[in-house]
Design a protein around this ligand. Structure first.
Ligand code: FES
Ligand code: FES
Length: 149
């Protein structure tokens, strides 16, 4: 059994405590916007926020999320209004296939909460998500656009 809040909603799931949070979010909670890429905390496709911090949910047992506040890509927009990172992604045509992008947006949203005007060095240090489509330059431009929004 694990209890936590997902996108503002109290949630309880009956699973093995060692189950990765990613699979609980996708299979028990039904939020499939968070993606599986590598399963070993390398690619960032599975990034969600736990109490406002970006974490790679494939490598986190659900027991570690007990009592915490989880936000997924489905919870970023408020009242139908995209957050400034999502809007910058649209305005800058960032996604290609899109598979990595939910994780990118979650990582970038957490970065901007911590550093509202990140330098290129800050971006390089924080945004280590992998994009097989090579959108890295568009990601960088959209981060700077979101920072100015
Ligand atoms: S699926 Fe979690 S980091 Fe790649
Ligand atoms: S947009 Fe295709 S993997 Fe990043």
């Amino acid at each position: 059994m694990a209890r936590f809040t997902v996108n503002g909603k109290s949630t309880q799931v009956d699973v093995d405590p060692n189950t990765p949070l990613l699979w609980v979010l996708r299979e028990q909670v039904g939020l499939t916007g968070t993606k599986y890429g590598c399963g070993v905390a390398q690619c960032g496709a599975c990034t969600v926020h736990i109490d406002g911090q970006a974490v790679r949910s494939c490598a986190m047992p659900v027991s570690a999320a007990e009592g915490k506040r989880i936000t997924t890509i489905e919870g970023l927009a408020q009242g139908g209004v995209l957050n400034k990172v999502q809007q910058a992604w649209l305005d800058n045509d960032v996604p290609q296939c899109g598979y990595c992008q939910a994780g990118m947006i979650m990582a970038v949203t957490a970065l901007l909460q911590e550093k509202p005007r990140p330098s290129d060095a800050d971006i390089d240090a924080s945004i280590t998500n992998i994009c097989r489509c090579g959108t890295f330059q568009q990601v960088r431009e959209a981060i700077h656009a979101a920072a100015k929004a």
